[in-house]
Unconditional design. Structure first.
Length: 269
């Protein structure tokens, strides 16, 4: 395997600095399905003076920021959102022991901080795809095409990003990992897309929503179907603002949030 250890320097970390809360520990659980009453909670809540501190995977930045802005506009609740890769967020949660929510790229990313998870609920499907340059000049038809050493590939970091872990697993299970020409790895999904859109490589494995651009195209293959994940919203044990937590969970179940997710190419659970 031709695998340079060069890393792209696209680390998308953006913070909206306000305030945060803390609370006592509680056992992890699954958030129950919404009812008409809970869906009305977000619409009827006046949360002026409240703040939610949220950690969110960098690959979900655009849709989630729209959701956060819409929730603030509707309720008055301030939204402090930190975007980073999963490894960075996990380290920050462990070190700071603060925060209200963790919106992760997959449920697997909750495991390293499971003691800090009070409850969780599924939001949308996170679908990995094989993407190539527009027009598919290298005629890539599936993962097996990547065994050709003339095809250059950029992947996510296999230690800190969900999509990087999936990529390695898929290539290893296919038996071609050692043959693949990986020219670099990145620390976020948007950076993977950037490498392809700027023609630094011939192909990438990335989330479906990140490949939503005319400069690239998704290969029509089922090779990655079994690696589809779910984006969860996890309430942290450090959160003490139950009213704001419940209102935001209800908002995530509402039409506004669902429309935003779908507009960015996500599929609902």
């Amino acid at each position: 395997m031709k695998n340079s250890k060069r890393y792209l320097k696209f680390i998308l970390i953006a913070s909206f600095v306000l305030t945060s809360g803390c609370s006592t520990n509680k056992a992890a659980s699954t958030v129950p399905a919404p009812t008409a009453e809970t869906e009305q909670t977000a619409k009827s809540s006046d949360l002026s003076g409240h703040t939610l501190m949220i950690y969110c995977g960098a690959g979900i930045t655009k849709p989630f920021q729209e959701i956060a802005d819409a929730f603030k506009a509707e309720t008055g609740c301030e939204m402090q959102v930190t975007y980073a890769n999963a490894g960075q967020i996990q380290s920050q949660i462990k070190a700071s022991q603060t925060g209200d929510f963790f919106i992760a790229g997959s449920e697997d990313e909750l495991k390293p901080v499971e003691e800090a998870i009070a409850s969780k609920k599924p939001l949308v499907k996170h679908i990995p795809v094989l993407a190539v340059q527009s027009g598919n000049p290298k005629n890539i038809t599936g993962l097996s095409s990547l065994a050709d050493s003339e095809i250059s590939l950029v992947l996510g970091d296999s230690e800190s990003t969900p999509i990087g872990k999936i990529s390695d697993k898929a290539l290893k299970e296919l038996g071609i990992f050692e043959k693949v020409n990986i020219i670099s790895r990145t620390t976020t999904a948007p950076a993977i897309f950037m490498a392809l859109s700027t023609k630094e490589c011939d192909a990438v494995i990335v989330w479906k929503e990140n490949a939503n651009d005319s400069s690239v195209e998704i290969v029509n293959t089922t090779d990655l179907d079994k690696y589809i994940k779910t984006v969860p919203a996890a309430v942290l044990t450090y959160s003490s603002d139950k009213e704001a937590d419940e209102a935001f969970l209800a908002f995530l179940d509402g039409d506004t949030a669902k429309e935003i997710w779908q507009r960015y190419g996500y599929e609902l659970e």
